[in-house]
Design a protein around this ligand. Structure first.
Ligand SMILES: NC(=O)c1ccc[n+]([C@@H]2O[C@H](COP(=O)([O-])OP(=O)(O)OC[C@H]3O[C@@H](n4cnc5c(N)ncnc54)[C@H](OP(=O)(O)O)[C@@H]3O)[C@@H](O)[C@H]2O)c1
Length: 275
């Protein structure tokens, strides 16, 4: 039986794919346009748009790693049931762990969680906090030696995408963690200033940090293709992390048996992406 990985070129989906292949699992890698996927030879690929899912992509699939796309989720659930899918692992967000949060990110991810919960399909929900890979947005600035960010002293437990993937792979391959809601973070809260310093050290470069106002940041983030309202939700969460660092959890270690990777490890693993 096959495991379908949606978003197989995404930061997290790419790691899920790689780790499933390492584990010897039979995998089908999905993208909206499979012809653009760069996967190891012999790996099956499929074009699959979650906003208009085609049941044929689920043929023979036992488990699915699912990116959150509210539009089309009912159709996905229907197709998954018809195909006999036994387990869905959803990449959601820590935003939905705040009860009744109406922020845009929470609303979008909760919409998919609710449909899965009502679907009767066995499922596991991953709630990662801030991704370490968000700092890839600094790549051009790091090359120029000046990183501009709002709230440079906001402290977040940035998580390595390989650790999110490791938890997903454990659930997908064991069939365990059904009904579980897993809050995932990196090992320690670090400020954006500290993260920039760690990347600079790994690259052996000098990097200066310049603080942006929330309005300046809003203006820059408006062009990043985030859903409406998401920019404000992100800025609010960073502002909150100034006074109180976002909480860290032990979940990665509890599920995988290995402590979550440090931000320094993430920077080292991704150093080529800053050159
Ligand atoms: N960044 C953070 O700090 C953070 C924190 C918590 C949660 N999250 C959540 O994590 C997710 C982003 O993860 P990521 O960084 O791994 O994403 P990413 O690298 O931006 O990749 C997104 C993937 O989604 C796929 N995709 C987009 N639209 C699709 C559709 N209609 N149908 C099927 N696939 C589609 C894309 O595949 P193709 O382009 O190949 O089709 C791509 O591989 C978001 O849901 C975000 O809210 C992020």
């Amino acid at each position: 039986m096959t495991i379908l990985v949606t978003g197989a070129r995404g930061h997290v989906g790419g790691q899920v794919l790689a780790q499933l292949l390492d584990a010897g699992e039979k995998v089908r890698a999905a993208s909206r346009d499979a012809s653009t996927l760069d996967v190891p030879g012999g790996v099956e690929t499929v074009s699959f748009d979650l906003e208009n899912p085609d049941v044929r992509a689920l043929d023979g699939v036992r488990a699915v790693f699912l990116y959150t796309r509210p539009q089309g989720i009912e159709k996905f659930v229907d197709a998954a049931r018809r195909a006999g899918v036994e387990h869905v692992v959803q990449l959601s967000s820590s935003a939905t762990l705040e009860p009744n949060s109406e922020n845009r990110i929470a609303v979008l991810h909760r919409a998919v969680e609710q449909v899965l919960a009502a679907s009767g399909l066995a499922h596991t929900v991953l709630h990662p906090g801030h991704f370490a890979s968000n700092t890839l947005g600094w790549a051009a600035e790091i090359a120029d030696g000046v990183v501009r960010t709002p709230y440079p002293d906001a402290r977040v437990g940035a998580i390595h995408e390989a650790d999110i993937a490791a938890v997903a792979v454990r659930a997908l391959t064991t069939g365990g963690y059904r009904g579980a809601s897993l809050a995932l973070t990196g090992p320690e809260p670090l400020s954006f200033r500290e993260q920039a310093t760690i990347i600079a050290d790994v690259l052996d470069r000098a990097v200066k940090l310049v603080e942006l106002s929330a309005d300046e940041a809003r203006e820059r983030m408006a062009h990043q293709g985030l859903p409406d309202g998401a920019v404000d939700a992100i800025l609010r969460s960073w502002a909150n992390a100034l006074d109180e660092p976002s909480p860290v959890t032990n979940t990665v270690e509890e599920v995988t048996g290995t402590a979550p990777r440090t931000f320094a490890t993430w920077a080292w693993d991704n150093r080529a992406r800053f050159s």
